[in-house]
Write a protein that binds this ligand. Structure first.
Ligand code: NAD
Length: 292
């Protein structure tokens, strides 16, 4: 059994992005510029945006965080987005989700210029992705593909079961793994799937992205399967300084011995997500997806 080390892969990818940025700057180009809009004071969102800012610094990007109060109106936020869409100094930007309830997330996503939509959530980018055209890939599924590539895990002809059908993880993951080059036979499971246990037990590759701590147990996993655990659930703990610990969607201790490869939580998929956002921003700065 091999434990997939997301921290190692993320570090290697960050270092190659940093090298490329250094070359761009040495050639007289500006360093890529990523902007994050944060509305309100949700603790987890602040942490995520903080990590993104830190990662920008590590790879040599310019980064700006636009902090707006929780009572910002939808119209004000849409104005901010319109300004970033036309600002030639901004290569890509994200609006950190979730947004306060009075703002439509879908309206916000669709207001972002697809050329600057480095989260890859705009329907133009998801449509291009589904059609196999160049697009900004959503960061978490893209990070998982990078892990599979790095470890040389065979996917062609394998049965992959994805648990969870969200627009940011499960659905794009299922689509990407079914595409040419990855060539999996994919089953997408969700909360209404019948016989989930049997379906998961038939998988060569399991991607668990449902957000239910330790849901996937040993009896659901075929001997030799590859298990990718996307879930992150915070639970209280008296054994850590912070007072909580992170659990994945997989009951790691009992599932790991059955696997050929498994991602731990933390330290598996998590570190890859931010690196994929950096890669999208670099692509945006170079005009790789949407050449002028
Ligand atoms: P979501 O809540 O939007 O979607 C969960 C999906 O799981 C839904 O489609 C639902 O149908 C399915 N589901 C729920 N209960 C189920 C059940 N009992 N059986 C089968 N399917 C069930 O969640 P999301 O945004 O896709 O995130 C999923 C998990 O991944 C969360 O724990 C989240 O924190 C984590 N996450 C991690 C990263 C990372 O970088 N590691 C990134 C994004 C999300």
């Amino acid at each position: 059994m091999t434990i997939i080390d997301g921290k190692e892969v993320a570090a290697a990818m960050k270092s190659s992005i940093a090298d490329e940025v250094a070359r761009m700057v040495a050639d007289g180009d500006k360093a890529p510029h990523l902007v994050a809009i944060l509305v309100g004071d949700d603790g987890a969102s602040q942490t995520y945006v903080g990590h993104k800012e830190k990662c920008c610094n590590e790879v040599g990007f310019r980064s700006t965080v636009v902090r707006l109060p929780g009572e910002t109106s939808e119209a004000e936020l849409l104005d901010r987005i319109a300004a970033l869409n036309t600002d030639p100094d901004v290569d890509g930007f994200i609006v950190q989700l979730p947004l306060p309830g009075h703002i439509s997330e879908q309206k916000v996503i669709e207001a972002i210029d697809p050329r600057k939509d480095v989260d890859g959530f705009h329907p133009v980018n998801t449509g291009r992705m589904i059609s196999g055209l160049p697009s900004y890939l959503p960061a978490t599924p893209d990070g998982i593909l990078s892990l599979l590539r790095y470890y040389g895990i065979e996917t062609a002809g394998k049965h992959c079961v994805v648990i969870g059908r969200s627009n940011i993880v499960g659905r794009p993951m299922a689509n990407l793994l079914s595409q040419k080059g990855w060539d999996c036979t994919v089953t997408l499971c969700h909360s209404r799937t019948a016989n989930l246990k049997e379906v998961v037990a038939s998988a060569d590759i399991v991607v668990a992205a449902l957000g239910k701590a330790e849901f996937v147990t040993a009896d659901m996993v075929k001997e030799g399967a590859v298990v990718i655990d996307v879930g992150i659930t915070r639970i209280p703990s008296d054994k850590t300084k912070s007072g909580w610990k992170l659990l994945g969607d997989v009951k790691y201790d009992e599932v790991a011995p059955r696997c050929s490869y498994i991602t731990p939580v933390p330290g598996g998929v998590g570190p890859m997500t931010i690196v994929s956002l950096m890669r999208n921003t670099l692509k945006a700065a170079k005009g790789e997806i949407y050449p002028e």
